[in-house]
Design a protein around this ligand. Structure first.
Ligand SMILES: CC(C)(COP(=O)(O)OP(=O)(O)OC[C@H]1O[C@@H](n2cnc3c(N)ncnc32)[C@H](O)[C@@H]1OP(=O)(O)O)[C@@H](O)C(=O)NCCC(=O)NCCS
Length: 175
């Protein structure tokens, strides 16, 4: 049976393996390790099949300002499911459980850089964040989902990713 729960400390190696297999490289494992070391993780959830970790989703603190307000915003990244378990709703269940966890954690909104066709079904869209300057503002893949109505609304804003994401300084706030 597939279950979703908070990551336990002894599952970290398995979490890194899932991300390595899903993304085919170390970019995401490095981000996970750096976010953890920086104390920026809000929640890290795993999907398990028995004892085996087969999926993972992580939420971390993001520095967002909109019209002088500072809503509590979580970055959703990364989300990964082992290739042989993909297309069995595990990514969807992790996303839904993660959104519920962010509500419980008192977050006002979630921002993701991801596949629009996948995230739109959970309430994410580009229009919600199109006015917020970030390295990805021009891209349809940059999407937001408000948990508190109006949290991201405004004339202008900024979204700064922590160094853990490895975004070059000169790309920090393009629009
Ligand atoms: C994206 C990912 C997490 C989805 O997990 P999953 O368990 O296969 O997802 P689900 O079974 O819940 O949903 C599958 C749906 O996602 C869609 N999907 C998967 N990858 C997609 C992509 N690259 N672009 C758009 N849609 C995608 C599938 O087409 C499918 O749509 P359908 O329900 O209309 O058939 C998984 O494919 C994965 O780990 N991919 C590699 C890493 C990655 O790209 N992570 C996301 C970064 S934002």
């Amino acid at each position: 049976m597939i279950a979703i729960a908070a990551e336990r400390p002894d599952q970290r190696e398995a979490v890194l393996s899932v991300n390595r297999a899903a993304f085919g490289g170390e970019d995401e494992t490095l981000i996970i390790e750096r976010l953890s070391e920086a104390g920026l993780v809000i929640a890290s959830l795993v999907a398990t099949d028995g004892d085996r970790v087969i999926g993972h989703i992580l939420f971390s603190r993001l520095n967002v300002m909109v019209d002088g307000r500072k809503p509590k915003v979580a970055a959703l990244a990364p989300l990964a499911v082992f290739p042989e378990y993909q297309n069995r709703c595990i990514g969807s269940r992790l996303t839904e459980a993660g959104i519920a966890a962010m509500r419980e954690a008192g977050q006002d909104a979630i921002i993701v850089l991801g596949h629009p066709a996948f995230y739109r079904r959970f309430g994410f869209d580009h229009e919600t964040v199109a006015h917020i300057a970030s390295p990805f503002s021009k891209h349809a893949a940059f999407m937001g989902h408000e948990l508190t109505t109006g949290a991201l609304k405004g004339g202008a804003g900024t979204c700064r990713y922590p160094a853990a994401f490895g975004i070059p300084e000169d790309e920090a706030l393009q629009r």
